[in-house]
Design a binder for this molecule. Sequence first.
Ligand SMILES: Nc1nc2c(ncn2[C@@H]2O[C@H](COP(=O)(O)OP(=O)(O)OP(=O)(O)O)[C@@H](O)[C@H]2O)c(=O)[nH]1
Ligand SMILES: [Mg+2]
Length: 355
Amino acid sequence: MKAGIIGLPSVGKTTIFNVLTQGKAAAGPAAGRRLEPNVGIVKVPDVRLDFLASKFNPEKTTYATVEFVDVQGLVRGKGQDMALAPLRSVDVLVHVVRAFQDESVAHSEGAVDPERDRRNLDYELMLSDIGSIEKRMERLEKDLKKLKNAAGEKELAYLQRAKAWLESEKPLREMEVSSDEKKLIKGFAFLSEKPMLYIVNVGEEEIDRLKHPEAHGTLSPNTEQTVVCGKLEAEMAELPDEELRTYLADYGLPESGAERLIRTTYRLLGLIAFFTVGEEECRAWTITRGTNAQHAAGVIHTDLADHFIRAEVCGYDDFVKHGSMHALKEKGLLRLEGKEYPVKDGDIMTIRHSG
Ligand SMILES: Nc1nc2c(ncn2[C@@H]2O[C@H](COP(=O)(O)OP(=O)(O)OP(=O)(O)O)[C@@H](O)[C@H]2O)c(=O)[nH]1
Ligand SMILES: [Mg+2]
């Protein structure tokens, strides 16, 4: 999975990127003017996989990963195409919104106003999408004049609808699309269509908000929100794990901002994990909720999907309760499931295949 971090200049994007990736990318105003984005891979923390690894003692434990891309700050109304280009390929946008007050860090809009910034950045994405749509429509209309075809007509109808939607100042992630249209637009990579996670970057004086990070009014479709304090997180990122737990406990927080952010992203995208276990490797795999056993096998290897026979499945909780695969087998709790079985979060699977 790939996530793109966006926001106005100097809102704390790179600070948060460093926290997530335990990276050392240069932060601060001068650093923000470079064009090359920062890219880093983050391990998805999962206590269930930790536990499985403690039981199987494998040579290798492989966590699911998320790739984060941190681009330069977007300046309102400026040509953004260069800055936006690396975001076309991401699955989710993470919009860092500044809520911290700090005289020493200039705000591109003057005063701190999270709601305004949220709106303005959405406009930038929408403007970029309108641009792409107009270009695409122009080409398509020319093609259709030469050769009428049903697929082209359908696409044109979608583009016209999307354009009108954007012109009514609403992002595409709020527009309902049919499953037919979904297939049609897969290749377009419209930015305002991507699911959006808002990260409200609060100051240290507002640390109490971290206790209810997901408390919010109504959220628009395909968005989530969480709160972090970039400064505090940066301090925490320096700590070894045990000290981090004590530090969090001192503040009365159940988890770090990095953990919360990844968890919220999973929820936003409807992602779940299943596990494969053994002496060689214990591993977490990411799928969307509702994926069937055959497609899940394909995430491991396309051959496994092609030659799929059955999946041997047990739930994570059953494994914890009974302690070993052997015990589960004896109790008849290892189930054999077919291609269509919808994989559940935490399932431990062995794929049986031919060839
Ligand atoms: N007080 C305070 N300062 C912060 C916080 N988060 C980031 N900063 C500071 O804000 C400045 C900008 O941070 P960056 O992480 O570089 O911001 P950015 O969004 O990556 O900026 P650009 O890449 O230039 O757009 C730095 O001096 C940070 O130390 C915070 O939570 N509180
Ligand atoms: Mg930056």
